[in-house]
Design a protein around this ligand. Structure first.
Ligand code: HEC
Ligand code: HEC
Length: 309
């Protein structure tokens, strides 16, 4: 039983090259008006810079826009091609459209948002013609910037919880049986006491779209992420973790996948779950929806909240 098997494998840090040449356009005849520029900057600030910050003042949750621009703009890329490819990605991000596999590995897939295509087109036109800023302290990542890798910190926290839960569950199953372990699951809360978790006020919860305990019900945002991960798995890909930032918090979302062991309590009712176990579950969780799973399915998410320093 591979309780400690790491379910999320992330490639080593991808480095966003600082040496990349910036493509510049010497407009003799302005192709974009001052008014269009101002509008685009406002739209960028409102919709994109919370993750794609142009400098390193806040948490870095996505590559800076100049890096995105460089991956979408080659010599000979027309304005139309550029605008349409940026807009297609931003309005409906997916791994198969990605031109930045390093960023995908480092930050997880860009979350789906409801951006207006027209707004994104305005932004993209500005990116095409405008002089997008390079992070000012590039090459000197320690100069007062937030260089915390939230995806990794959150993953560590989620793995700690997973490992404690897994060990206890395993012990409970060994010492009694699945039906005894059910009661253990019903009572145990996990608190992380390592220094990083305390310093960043890290909170970890488990949520699902098909819950056993109604307290673990995923909210709308979490549900959307679960659905995205399910789609990845069903098309034969990995479920990529994601980060979302608010003003003072970064939240990481990590997939919880099923393995063979889980099926004793979350599998098909007659085939996998023993009658005694089923009885116990039914008694403790009369509204249980968390059955019918097979192996390697998205059972839910670890949601890890981290304070921004
Ligand atoms: C909640 C965070 C977040 C917001 C807000 C956000 N992005 Fe992203 N974006 C990401 C992450 C993470 C990546 C890197 C992973 C990836 O490529 O999907 C990314 C990557 C991209 C890419 C490159 C994708 C590739 O892999 O080729 C484009 C283009 C992009 N974003 C455009 C936008 C635009 C335009 C906006 C604003 C309208 C925006 N993003 C807002 C998180 C965000
Ligand atoms: C011995 C029975 C048992 C086994 C084995 C088991 N679970 Fe559970 N699981 C439970 C119970 C009971 C709960 C409800 C816990 C609570 O009240 O918070 C639960 C809850 C969960 C939740 C929280 C969402 C919800 O439905 O309330 C997730 C996610 C989850 N289990 C995933 C797994 C995974 C993944 C495995 C295999 C690695 C697994 N479980 C193995 C009994 C089990």
């Amino acid at each position: 039983m591979k309780i400690n098997q790491i379910i999320i494998s992330l490639a080593a840090l991808a480095i966003i090259s600082c040496g990349t040449k910036q493509v510049e356009e010497e407009d003799m005849v302005p192709k974009i008006s001052l008014q269009e520029k101002e509008e685009a900057v406002k739209l960028l600030e409102k919709n994109c810079y919370s993750c794609h910050a142009p400098d390193n003042s806040g948490p870095r949750l996505a590559p800076p826009m100049f890096a995105v621009k460089n991956h979408y703009l080659d010599e000979g890329t027309s304005e139309k091609e550029f605008v349409e490819s940026i807009t297609a990605y931003a309005t409906n991000p997916s791994e198969d459209k990605s031109r930045m596999p390093g960023a995908l590995n480092k930050f997880g897939l860009m979350p789906q948002s409801n951006f207006e295509s027209d707004d994104v087109r305005k932004i993209a036109k500005y990116l095409y013609y405008g002089d997008i800023k390079h992070p000012n302290d590039c090459g000197n990542p320690d100069s007062g910037s937030d260089s915390t890798n939230y995806l990794e910190v959150g993953k560590d926290a989620a793995m700690q919880v997973k490992s404690v839960l897994g060990k206890n569950l395993f012990a409970a199953i060994e010492s009694s049986s699945a039906e005894g372990a059910v009661e253990f699951c019903n009572h145990k809360a996990i608190e992380l006491t390592d220094s990083v978790s305390v310093a960043m006020n890290i909170k970890v919860k488990r949520v699902s779209d098909k819950v056993r305990n109604p307290q673990n019900t995923a909210n709308a945002e979490e549900n959307l992420i679960i659905q995205t991960m399910k789609e990845s798995i069903s098309s034969g890909k990995k479920a990529a973790p994601q980060l979302i930032a608010s003003e003072d918090k970064v939240t990481g979302y990590y997939p919880i996948l099923t393995n063979g062991m889980c099926l004793q309590c979350h599998g098909e009712i007659i085939k996998d779950i023993e009658p005694l176990t089923l009885g116990k579950i039914g008694y403790l969780y009369p509204q249980d929806k968390a059955t019918g799973y097979s192996e390697n399915e998205v059972r839910g998410l670890f949601v890890v909240e981290m304070d921004v320093k």
